[in-house]
Design a protein around this ligand. Sequence first.
Ligand SMILES: *Cc1c(COP(=O)(O)O)cnc(C)c1O
Length: 385
Amino acid sequence: MSELATRVLNGIRLVVGGQSVGLHEPVFSGNERAYIAECVDSTFVSSVGTFVERFENQLARITGAQNAVAVVNGTSALHAALILAGVGPGDEVIVPAFSFVATANAVTYCGAVPHFVDIEEESLGMSPQALRHRLKEIAIRNGDFTMNRETGRRISAIVPVHVFGHPCNIYELLDIALDFGIAVVEDSAESLGSLTADRHIGTFGRLGILSFNGNKTVTTGGGGAILTEDIELANLARHITTTAKKPHAWRFDHDRVGFNYRMPNLNAALGCAQLEQLPSIVDSQRRLYERYSQIFHAVENVRMLKEPPGCRSNYWLQSLVLDASVADERDNILDVLNAAGVGARPPWEPLSRLRPFRSSPRGPLSSTLAMAARIINIPSSPGLA
Ligand SMILES: *Cc1c(COP(=O)(O)O)cnc(C)c1O
């Protein structure tokens, strides 16, 4: 066991105690049971019921978004949001190479191709410099469209990702998107409760999405949501996620190929109870960061990933960053932690290296490749604070 691995294990033990701990576990300490029982008793457990609307209203209030549309998961939220942003077959969508596979998958579901750009090391989000540089290289205006002159494809959206809950440099990215006339869809799946300049993440782009998977800050079992200021887009989001059925008392008329993506009432019931606890969950996640950071401040060659200036992160996943000089010890540290019952994980494999995306277009990705090799996500459950 390397000395660094021992120091990392001991540091985590000081915070989480001696027991086995997972990477991120939900807490159900509010009205979860009561609302689920109420939902079951009502018999409206599926695609009709009052909890869905209540959940959407709660989400809109919390995020300040004009509209929130609840769906079955974050991936389907992203798929629908991309369609609503105008992404279609044969297009290209700019995506950071450092994200969960769902970001690139959703682009592919639209018949489009992800085009990878690099991240910045501070926030782990899409790098404005890399984006501007890449677009200057490849983008050309063609009427109302922006094309990739190398591939001949239309570039129809940019999808910044707020990684581990930390807001990316969204204002600069929006400026660049505006300069090049490209829509922004925020993948804020991990960022419920995170703010930039007091504004909730996911409300900056034309559309934003959230995930309520079991390992996220707040869970509905499985779930997601689309956020947008635009009421017409919100109505269209509701329409295409409910099989594009035209409202009618009894007729089955569908005006396009839609999706069965709406969130069931049972999941929304869980979500309503979870959202009531969001402030205390985020407080716990932030306190946990403070404790880790006090300890790892004194450990050489590692640091905790910190929220960018001017932002308030929900600290969804706590991340240790190894100095580049000790990056080759990363997998050994992961072995030691997991063998000791401490749920620790490497971050995602860069999307540009995954089999389905190996031939996708890309800019230089040096920061993505470097940071993906230097990070360890450590136990992050709010219950640990
Ligand atoms: C979790 C996640 C998603 C997808 O959410 P699901 O609810 O699991 O479908 C998309 N993007 C990112 C960055 C995520 O972390």
